[in-house]
Design a binder for this molecule. Structure first.
Ligand code: SDX
Length: 396
């Protein structure tokens, strides 16, 4: 299935991976999941319904969605051994490092371990693959919530099976009060939509990593761990953290002009801007800009939004950015929203990873349906020609 096409004459070859999950038109700023526009899904759907769509290819019926929700919420608890493992991390461990480590620790690569972990199937039609998907989707928010509580030095909270997926995540964070915390429904809806926007995005760096690891036959937990590690980088899912730090450093609209000059002189990058595929406005950024106002109405306005909006206005009217097709991407506004919600900046990539787990699993599942040979990207060798070994005393 993997077609190697020579994109440039001569030696440069790019591995092309076929998929039917997400479609992006970078020039028109279009993103569709299984044919549905991201704008429609953000307005009408829920994150778990979108996860079902990405993985199984169609929107679920009411009954299918009910079963899907129930089975995932049944898998939100993690083993006490894993809780102890997470507690063993330093007090200032980066939450993304904790989550990637915990995912590896959940590897069920050895078949007997996998059976032992799963025991008898609770539902007659629950295949091992579906069970893995339920476990991954169910447990990732719990791992993230433990990493968050660890980060703020508080005891971990157990999940509630009575709440919805995103409400349960906020409940485990227990951010706004110490007990009897029931998440603000509007805040939970805003975060649920943000998860939808971040769920999948074609063959981005971390999804490609997921597919490469899937091709080796290893279990989905280890694949998720590797994909989360790739997402962590500031050029990828870590850009929301970097974009917010950039806005905080700029501080006020008066400082924007000087910062723009630094960018044009190649001294700085405009974090949250530019994209490998979008050479127009990232449709997700447009929706996030709207959501920011909803979150500010609940949590209070963050003045950095004024800096971000003015920075965008100036950049989009500057030839330097226009000529290079540099527009806001998904990470430009998400950091401000997360900050307004009260999350520490190093938790931002973790929030991205919770959402992207659904897309990574969709690609894992798709590749299992049509197994491909182990990934082996073509190399363009430009090293030394053959030469004889030189004894150390003869080297200069
Ligand atoms: C995500 O792949 C995905 O789908 C990823 C993602 C997803 O959902 O999974 O969308 C999530 O990762 C979004 C991107 C988040 N990263 C950032 O915001 C970091 C800042 N952005 C840049 O690092 C950069 O824009 C990239 C890496 C995202 C994309 O770079 P490209 O398209 O490969 O462009 P390039 O590096 O070839 O640059 C082209 C020109 C260069 O200038 P010249 O050499 O032509 O003079 O544009 C300049 C670059 O210097 N440029 C920037 C810039 N990005 C590119 N200049 C200033 N600021 C920037 N952010």
């Amino acid at each position: 299935q993997l077609g190697l096409s020579i994109l440039d004459p001569g030696y440069l070859a790019t591995a092309v991976c076929r998929s039917s999950i997400s479609y992006i038109d970078g020039d028109k700023g279009i993103l569709r999941y299984r044919g549905y526009n991201i704008e429609d899904l953000a307005e009408h759907s829920t994150f778990l319904e979108v996860a079902y769509l990405l993985i199984f290819g169609d929107l679920p019926t009411r009954e299918q969605l009910q079963t899907w929700n129930t089975r995932i919420m049944r898998h939100t608890f993690i083993h006490e051994n894993l809780v102890d493992y997470l507690r063993s991390f330093r007090y200032d461990a980066h939450p993304m490092g904790m989550v990637t480590s915990a995912l590896s620790a959940m590897s069920t690569f050895h078949p007997e371990a996998s059976t032992a972990l799963h025991g008898e199937a609770i539902y007659e039609d629950e295949t091992m693959v579906n069970k893995q998907i339920f476990r991954c989707l169910g447990k990732v928010p719990t791992l993230a919530a433990c990493a968050y509580r660890h980060r703020i030095g508080r005891p971990y909270n157990s999940p509630s099976n009575e709440l919805g997926y995103t409400e349960n995540f906020l409940y485990m964070l227990d951010r706004l009060s110490e007990s009897n915390y029931l998440p603000n429904a509007k805040l939970a809806r805003a975060l649920d939509v943000i998860f939808i926007l971040h769920a999948d995005h074609e063959l981005n760096c971390s999804t490609a990593a997921m597919r490469q690891m899937t091709s080796t036959g290893v279990d989905p937990f280890i694949c998720l761990s590797g994909a989360a590690a790739a997402l962590y980088g500031p050029s990828h899912g870590g850009a929301n953290e970097a974009a917010l730090k950039m806005l905080e450093e700029i501080g006020t609209v008066d400082n924007i002009a000087a910062f723009i000059e630094d960018v044009k002189n190649k001294k700085r990058k405009l974090m949250g801007f530019g994209h490998r595929v979008y050479k127009s406005y990232d449709p997700r950024a447009k929706i996030l800009k709207k959501i920011s106002e909803e979150v500010f109405a609940i949590m209070g306005r963050n003045h950095l939004i004024d800096v971000a909006v003015e920075l965008e206005r100036i950049a989009l009217s500057d030839e330097y950015f226009i000529k290079r097709n540099l527009y806001p991407n998904v990470d430009f506004y998400s950091g401000i929203i997360y900050k307004a919600m009260g999350f520490p900046t190093d938790f931002f990539p973790v929030l991205f990873g919770i959402a992207r787990t659904s897309g990574w699993l969709a690609h894992w599942h798709e590749q299992l349906q049509e197994p491909i040979p182990i990934f082996r990207p073509k190399q363009a060798y430009d090293g030394a020609a053959a030469r004889k070994y030189v004894n150390i005393d003869d080297r200069v």
